[in-house]
Design a protein around this ligand. Structure first.
Ligand SMILES: Cc1ncc(COP(=O)(O)O)c(C=O)c1O
Length: 368
């Protein structure tokens, strides 16, 4: 068996910090002296209590959350959140606004529509194939929330900053840029994301939810009619352990949050690291006439760098040769084609430099 690891540019599941993986490996058979693996201990044990409480405490410190917020772990990925949000927060007579910036926002909108909730799409970038972040939209001030997708994994766009929404709180799908930069938490009723890009294994969503927003959710009688596992209240009351939680996922998330906090200088430190990597890659492409980033300059994502080459045939060759040279996951999403380098928190500067060196070499050879 080889220990050789490639430079991993997968969009999700994606690279995790090597230090975290090695830590998991070395303690896998005997977690904290328990004589058991973390996947074998009871979720009601003191050992697991420490894991989940530490994960919550670290998330709160990193995000600068005070006691107004819950930090919850919910199975079903971000996609289940698309359904739970309108289910829990929109009663008859209540409305919400949605901004459509790509495939994932479209899916979030669809889940509200399936439930016949009263929502309005107040802005969209569909007219130019979701290659930009809409600006200057107006939020209905009687909306209960406005739903945004902070980073669009497939189209490679990202909100550089969050819009002024007046008195209406934001609910934000941060699946692909969660814990990659500081965020102004006061603007939000809820922030959520599937763990599999910046935080850990797939299947678990991390949900940061303002307590007062939850308390006002729905007329309480209607809320009680929701199935137990689809109510945020259930998770909030039981520290995410009404049933057996995704223990291994939560454990990995705890270790990744520890790495961000102790090794990367918190969200301010990780933001600098991400800006440096994204800056190098975009600057390189801007100076080249071979590679063309697909997103508008002011909407470019620092997490998913989407780009095209002069032809589809060259793109196929580029991806195949990169893979041979140990640079994996550069194929664009199957719905859009092209190329995509996902450079989440755990992608190293060394990895981005190796990618640029390969891109330079490939362009020179093909242009010759
Ligand atoms: C922005 C965004 N939202 C939601 C999802 C769906 O996440 P999950 O597969 O955890 O349901 C993804 C998955 O890639 C995503 O990128």
């Amino acid at each position: 068996m080889t220990d050789h690891r490639i430079y991993n540019f997968n969009a999700g599941p994606s690279a995790l910090p090597e230090k975290v993986l090695r830590n998991i490996q070395s303690s896998f058979l005997n977690f904290n002296g328990s004589g058991m693996s973390v996947t074998e201990i009871s979720h009601r044990s003191t050992e697991f209590d420490q894991v989940i409480n530490d994960a919550v405490a670290r998330a709160k410190r990193l995000m600068k959350l005070d006691d107004r917020f819950h930090v919850l772990f919910i199975q079903g990925g971000a996609s289940l959140q698309f359904a739970m949000i309108p289910m829990n927060f929109l009663a008859a007579g209540q409305t919400a606004d949605y901004v459509n910036t790509g495939t994932w926002s479209t899916k979030a909108i669809k889940e509200a529509q399936i439930q016949k909730k009263d929502i309005q799409v107040i802005a969209s970038s569909e007219d130019r194939d979701f290659s930009y972040i809409p600006k200057d939209f107006t939020v209905n001030q009687d909306a209960r929330f406005v739903h945004l997708t902070s980073n669009n994994t497939i189209k490679g766009t990202q909100f550089a900053s969050f819009p002024d929404t007046g008195n209406v709180p934001i609910i934000c799908d941060m699946s692909s840029d969660f814990f990659s930069r500081p965020v102004p938490v006061d603007k939000f009723a809820m922030l959520y994301g599937g763990a599999q890009k910046n935080l850990g294994p797939s299947g678990t969503a991390v949900v940061i939810l303002r307590k007062d927003f939850l308390e006002k959710a729905f007329g309480s009688s209607e809320n009680q009619e929701l199935p137990t596992m689809l109510r945020y209240e259930t998770y909030a009351q039981k520290n995410s352990m009404y049933n057996t939680p995704p223990c291994f996922g939560i454990y990995t998330i705890e270790l990744v949050l520890k790495w961000i906090e102790e090794d990367m200088g918190g969200l301010e430190g990780i933001e600098k690291h991400n800006q440096e990597k994204g800056g190098l890659l975009y600057d390189f492409m801007d100076a080249s006439d071979f590679y063309r980033p697909t997103a508008d300059k002011d909407s470019r994502s620092l997490m998913n760098v989407t780009f095209r080459l002069p032809s589809e045939e060259l793109e196929a060759r580029f991806i195949a040769q990169a893979t041979q040279e140990g640079l994996g996951g550069l194929k664009g999403h199957r719905s859009v084609g092209g190329c995509r380098a996902s450079i989440y928190n755990a992608t190293t500067l060394e990895g981005v430099k190796a990618l640029i060196a390969f891109m330079e070499k490939f362009a020179k050879k093909e242009a010759a």
